[in-house]
Design a protein. Structure first.
Length: 115
């Protein structure tokens, strides 16, 4: 699908671009797999789900709804793959002291492997 024409097609395109199953995306945005299938088939997702899908795929609302502009929001926020996005969301949920502890752990693990 080179030029998705509607919201459902764009969602399917983005999901397949990331090689994700409907169940994976549905779980990530807290809806059922069958509801996601209905949305991909053309059903209106509802406002909250629409926002959550745009956030999950890191796309603008304009792209998702109208197909306008580049479909990536902001290069700084663009996650290369789902695992990176999960890590980024985890990181953003940590307190400053937790972030420092994780950072220290990563650096200590890295230096122990170099030695």
């Amino acid at each position: 699908m080179s030029d998705p024409k509607n919201l459902g097609e764009r969602l399917r395109f983005l999901r397949k671009e990331l090689k994700l199953a409907q169940a994976d995306v549905a779980a990530a945005v807290d809806i059922s797999r069958s509801h996601l299938a209905e949305i991909e088939a053309g059903k209106n997702p509802g406002f909250v789900t629409f926002i959550e899908l745009a956030k999950f795929f890191s796309v603008s609302l304009d792209y998702l709804y109208f197909g306008l502009a580049a479909h990536k929001n902001n290069v700084e926020d663009e996650a290369v793959e789902l695992r990176e996005r999960v890590l980024l969301d985890f990181w953003r949920g940590l307190t400053d002291s937790q972030k420092q502890a994780v950072f220290d752990l990563l650096l200590s693990d890295r230096s122990s492997k170099v030695a």
